[in-house]
Design a protein around this ligand. Structure first.
Ligand SMILES: [Ca+2]
Ligand SMILES: [Ca+2]
Ligand SMILES: [Ca+2]
Ligand SMILES: [Ca+2]
Length: 439
């Protein structure tokens, strides 16, 4: 998720905070418009959310300072110094007693594979305890291996105040220094080093300040080198047309436009049982169904299989709902029966028993009771047009989760209450089913 989505306070970065999936969000899908008449779906079961209002606010502040101020504003300046080999400017960020440890880079063995050569540094490798000079020397050596740099970045991995609640005192956490590009002898190469690090304090003024980076101790590292990139972009050779799909990061939104949280998804299935995976692509701009030709290429068969190109529902699910051996589809509020692997026909209202208007964010298929019939689970979602804050939305809970038990022939029974899975009204994008206890 990118910083550009949010105001700084709510910036989402790789932080130490493990938050149960609880992002609020509105979707601009016409299936999921916010609507006050839907409020009676919200979960008001008297149970408190996992953290107090104060704690939620604190987490947002930690995220703002650690993720946005440090991660998005300050660390890129350090990375810029490293990229430009401006060591004097880099050292200005260090405190007078800056302490560091670095690996003795030669102290590792090479792992040779047919396609690439790797190096790993970890607990077994020799480290040097050092100060600013030794740190800069180590970084200089790694930087010097590169002729051109595609990536030179310093990212926050975790960051939190050493003393709970004290932002203007020491912060501890970890960071990752990454390089990728071409080596001086023309090889494709990358280096990643992970550090435990400390900062003297973080406030909104930090980007204007120097002398705040107090320690940086390396914990592990890895590098790889090969003749050329191991992965190749083959999109143009597949027959899959991506031009019409919304790229939510690149798309230009006008001021005042709300950037949607969801713009679609890709659903893999083998609808014609020929052993080759076919693709359903839902997108804010329309619907696409690609049949695999079996040789890595695809054919657009959206119309041939009976689907509507201009259906703009992003919520979909694939699964053999009637156990006839052919995977069926639910797209938005329509249930499609797969007819012998040839086409999909939309079922009429009396041919299935699901109230799909209650589905908010995503549907997940699972046979939760092991009876051989695929059941459906819908996760709750924030139902207001204001997507923030995503932690402990005040005075407003998201919609309930719903579990539908499949009783055969597209008939479903709402077993949410019996199964006790309505949830606490937190917001989610999706659910994952797994057998946690191996029974
Ligand atoms: Ca197929
Ligand atoms: Ca079926
Ligand atoms: Ca079942
Ligand atoms: Ca289990």
């Amino acid at each position: 998720m990118s910083a550009h989505l949010f105001s700084s306070r709510f910036h989402i970065a790789a932080l130490c905070i493990l938050i149960t999936v609880s992002f609020g969000g509105c979707s601009d899908s016409d299936q999921i418009q916010s609507d006050t008449s839907q409020l009676d779906e919200s979960v008001e079961n008297g149970q408190d959310l996992a953290i107090s209002k104060e704690e939620a606010r604190y987490l947002q502040d930690v995220e703002h300072f650690g993720g946005f101020v440090l991660g998005d504003l300050c660390f890129p300046e350090i990375a810029k110094c490293i990229r430009n080999q401006d060591w004097e400017a880099l050292e200005a960020f260090f405190t007078e007693d800056f302490a560091a440890s670095v690996f003795v880079l030669e102290d590792t063995s090479e792992i040779r594979r047919e396609f690439a050569t790797f190096k790993l540094w970890g607990e077994d490798q020799q480290k040097l305890e050092t100060g600013p000079d030794g740190f800069v020397e180590s970084v200089t050596r790694i930087r010097g291996l590169y002729d051109t740099l595609d990536i030179c970045s310093l990212k926050v991995m975790q960051m939190k105040p050493r003393t709970h609640g004290e932002f203007d005192s020491d912060w501890d956490g970890s960071c990752k220094l990454s390089f990728a590009g071409k080596s001086t002898d023309g090889q494709t190469m990358y280096h990643n080093f992970f550090f435990d690090c400390s900062i003297t304090q973080i406030s909104d003024d930090l980007p204007q300040e120097t002398g705040w980076f107090s320690s940086c101790h390396v914990t592990s590292g890895k590098s790889g080198m090969c003749e050329d990139f191991l992965m190749q972009d083959i999109t143009l050779d597949t027959g899959i047309e991506t031009l019409g799909l919304r790229d939510n990061w690149q798309h230009k939104y006008n001021e005042g436009d709300v950037r949607p949280f969801k713009t679609g998804g890709v659903y893999a299935c083998d609808y014609n049982n020929d052993g080759h995976i076919d693709l359903l692509i839902t997108d804010i701009n329309g619907l696409f169904f690609y049949q695999s030709n079996g040789d890595g290429t695809f054919k657009d068969v959206t119309f041939q299989v009976g689907l509507k190109r201009f259906e703009k529902s992003q919520v979909a699910v694939v699964g053999d709902l009637n156990n006839d051996g052919f995977e069926d589809l639910i797209i938005g509020r329509t249930v499609y029966k797969n007819v012998d692997g040839r086409e999909f026909t939309a079922l009429g209202d009396n041919e299935y028993s699901l109230d799909l208007s209650r589905v908010r964010a995503a549907l997940t298929v699972v046979d939760y009771d092991g009876d051989g019939l695929l059941d459906l689970f819908s996760v709750g979602e924030n139902m207001t047009s204001d997507p923030l804050p995503y932690i402990n939305r005040e005075g407003m809970r998201g919609s309930a989760n719903i579990l539908w038990k499949n009783t055969g022939n597209f008939q479903f029974e709402d077993v949410t209450e019996i199964a006790g899975v309505a949830g606490h009204g937190t917001n989610a994008f999706a659910a994952v089913w797994f057998d946690a206890n191996g029974d």
